[in-house]
Design a protein around this ligand. Sequence first.
Ligand code: NAP
Ligand code: GDD
Length: 328
Amino acid sequence: MARALITGVTGQDGLYLSELLLSKGYEVYGLMRGQNNPKRALVEAIVPDVKILTGDLTDLSSLIRALEISRPDEVYNLGAISFVAYSWENAALTSDVTGRGVLNALEAVRLYTHDDPSKVRFYQASSSEMFGKVQAVPQSENTLLWPRSPYGVAKVFGHYMTINYRESYGMHASSGILFNHESPRRGPEFVTRKVSQAVARISLGIDDSVTLGNLDARRDWGFAGDYVEAMWRMLQQDEADDYVISTNETHSIRELLELAFAEVGIDDWAPYVKQDPRYMRPAEVDLLIGDSTKARTKLGWEPKVHFPGLVSMMVQSDLAEQKKLAGL
Ligand code: NAP
Ligand code: GDD
């Protein structure tokens, strides 16, 4: 039975990846931080077969301990402070967790496997946020990185550290440059889920508006369930490498609003949407659109869910949840 250790198991991707690996017969260990993590119950309810270990990406010894207990064939480093807006307010913490945490995870694997670092395969959750002020359209593995947020800068550090450990120690370390991926499990602070929740509440008469920031930014949005499949495929390759994972389509926040409101029969969304500068960012990533040709060719991966299906899935899920909460 193959064994996997996932950091960030309480997050959106951690849950989907746990389900995927369990369905493939893996023994799955999940690293969870904190003394009494509020998301523990969620993990136990959705993926009860995951074995929970405590640890923190800022604590090297806790990572080594997790490796010694789980003895994994594969490590998926998904843990991070992942909310871009928050990273300006907590830049040092973001650097420690999202940047230096990657070094800790790589170093833990190197120390644990000192005789043969290639015996544990390592996945790093890199991000399209690294492209920032984009230097090419669309963005591929060869596009120059120009991060625009402390989060983006930290991810660039982790990305290059992953490549460096591969080149320095022969580690089977791959970096997935994933474009935005969403789902009904997305945190409510991210724009897709903020919109799907608000649309559900507005259509049920619970709220009368939603307040957003920049409506013109464009993102390449896919479905998280499809994207964790790409992570797994990367680690099944003989050679470690870096891959862009994207739908290769881009849509604005305005298009997101149009589809989400249409899902509940509202054609004119403008009266329900307010804008507030507090949701604007000090530096914006205006346009993301990926070119995932390499992943499609080498991994045989492609997304199954496209933007309209994703928005519909999220709004319907939030409608069901909000009805339940309101006792309707
Ligand atoms: P998420 O839902 O925000 O989950 C982040 C996870 O990191 C949570 O489990 C969180 O645990 C954990 N974490 C935070 N601080 C930690 C620490 N100090 N030590 C250990 N774990 C810690 O993020 P996601 O959407 O699943 O994304 C997974 C990864 O992919 C992240 O690295 C993210 O930056 C990256 N990524 C995401 C996207 C996307 O569109 N979703 C795109 C590209 C890259 P708690 O529950 O304890 O907070
Ligand atoms: N969150 C949020 N809230 N974003 C808003 C809002 C709002 O009220 N109004 C407009 N936006 C715009 C943001 O300015 C940004 O341009 C876009 O919506 C997407 O924001 P998020 O959903 O917060 O995601 P992100 O693109 O910044 O970051 C996500 O994707 C990255 C990959 O490109 C996160 O998952 C990162 O962890 C990930 O690396």
